[in-house]
Design a protein around this ligand. Structure first.
Ligand code: ARG
Length: 467
């Protein structure tokens, strides 16, 4: 009977696992993705065990050679993944024993799958965070250069999606860049808490072998070993932290996507997206749809979902490891893939955005966007702001009736509403005058946008040097 029970833990069992239960509890179909990290962790573990005298050097070498061969088999697609062997850990260990015999069974000395899987996920997350960071930097760089190029390009700025005041397109793009700068900080902060090593916590209480966790941590590039074995095997808050980062990032990308979708519409007509980021319609020949931003906006929902899954997964778990934790992988893998793809899409697309300058300018001119500038002009001439507001309101009402923007009215027309208005008013009623006047740090004036782009460039370069 025991030959039909699981070879890794079947010793105390008197009947084989139910076939459905074996399938239900297995994770190998998805956690095989952790194979490179599992092998990396095992090589470090074996190296440490030999260093402290638990394994001989020959045993260590046999284990390491065997694991390297297995890595090759997996990469070449020759590895035979077995569901009865449950997970990636036991599949690899069983194959090792098949290849090198009894020595393979010594690899698991002084560890458990509980600290093993926690270590694997952290190694995986660290690798993925580093890949994601490269894309995030590339996107930020693209935004900074686009903003610098478009520092003088005028567009309407909106509140409530109603034309508010003119801004520069560069200023708008740098607003996006600021969102991403904060996301970048969140990602790097998350990495610090990911990069801590659970190995050595064993099942939950530590191990009786004379292990040296600092050696293993150093071999694997972890900053330090975890402090508490119970916490080490059960903690997944680093995964929750990553999906929080991912949710906020996707929320930002989704807002940007929404603007890109609006801007490419015939109604806005602010930008063109190159054809390679769009698709057509099978029925309406005239259509060019902004699919890439729409999909990024759509994918935001699944990442929020993963954050909720992980929070809910953890909320009722008593210490220490519980099988519930096996459910952490699929949401995490999908969050990682989605973030990477969405960042790549944006990093490729943003430098290719072509602003339709004349159309943006015309839209800013149409919407009475310099009304605040006229009010500020009156205030500078001694009118109380509330009175100025009323005067400008009447001017706008007149403009609506006569279909004229403020800058298109004659001096006489403007003077109907206040005799304080003089010829110099036209300096502030132009769009160029309006943006140039907002000339302070954080303002939309073209020279401020260029200075902000330069500061952003330097901040990003400093981050690179520090990483
Ligand atoms: N497949 C498990 C997981 O993903 C590995 C750890 C299982 N440990 C155990 N004692 N059943 O979490």
């Amino acid at each position: 009977m025991s030959q039909a029970t699981n070879q890794s833990w079947g010793g105390r069992f008197s009947e084989p696992t139910d076939a459905f239960v074996a399938r239900f509890t297995a994770s190998v179909n998805f956690d095989q993705r952790l194979a490179p990290q599992d092998i990396q962790g095992s090589i470090a573990h074996a190296t440490m065990l030999a260093r402290v005298g638990v394994l001989t050097d020959d045993e260590r070498d046999a284990i390491i050679n065997g694991l390297n061969e297995i890595q090759g088999e997996i990469e070449r697609g020759e590895f035979n993944w077995s569901v009865p062997l449950e997970d990636v850990h036991m599949n690899i260990e069983a194959r090792l024993t098949e290849k090198i015999g009894i020595t393979g069974k010594k690899l698991h000395t002084g560890r458990s799958r509980n600290d093993q899987v926690a270590t694997d996920i952290r190694l995986f997350m660290r690798d993925e965070i580093d890949v994601i960071e490269v894309e995030l930097k590339r996107l930020r760089e693209g935004m900074i250069e686009l903003a610098d190029r478009e520092a003088e390009t005028i567009m309407p700025g909106f509140t409530h999606l109603q034309t508010a005041q003119p801004v520069t397109f560069g200023h708008h793009i740098l607003a996006w860049q600021e969102m991403l700068a904060r996301d970048h900080e969140r990602l790097l902060d998350c990495r610090k808490r990911v990069n801590v090593m659970p190995l050595g916590a064993a099942a939950l209480a530590g191990t009786t072998y004379p292990i040296d966790r600092h050696v293993t941590a150093e071999l694997l590039g972890f900053d330090r070993p975890t402090e508490n074995s119970l916490d080490a095997v059960s903690d997944r808050d680093f995964a929750i932290e990553f999906t929080s980062f991912a949710s906020i990032l996707l929320m930002h990308l989704s807002r940007m996507s929404e603007e890109l979708v609006l801007w490419t519409s015939a109604q806005f007509n602010f930008i063109d997206l190159p054809d390679r980021f769009c698709t057509g319609s099978s029925i309406m020949p005239q259509k060019k749809n902004p699919d890439v931003p729409e999909l990024v906006r759509g994918k935001t929902g699944r990442v929020y979902g993963h954050l909720m899954s992980l929070l809910t997964l953890m909320k009722s778990q008593p210490l220490a490891y519980n099988k519930d934790n096996q459910e952490d992988k699929e949401p995490l893998f999908d969050a990682v893939d989605t973030v990477r793809d969405c960042l790549k899409a944006f990093a490729d697309m943003v430098p290719a955005i072509e602003p339709k300058k004349a159309s943006m300018y015309e839209a800013a001119r149409r919407g009475f966007s310099t009304a605040t500038d006229l009010a500020d002009y009156l205030v500078r001439k001694g009118v109380a702001f509330r009175d100025a507001h009323e005067i400008v309101g009447q001017s706008v009402a007149y403009g609506l009736k006569t279909e004229k923007d403020l800058s298109e009215m004659s001096l006489e027309e403007l003077q109907q509403f206040s005799d304080i208005i003089e010829q110099d008013v036209f300096e502030v009623l132009t769009l160029e005058g309006s943006v140039a006047a907002r000339n302070h740090i954080g303002g939309t004036a073209p020279n401020q946008v260029r200075a902000a782009a330069q500061r952003a460039r330097e901040a990003l370069a400093a981050l690179k040097a520090g990483a």
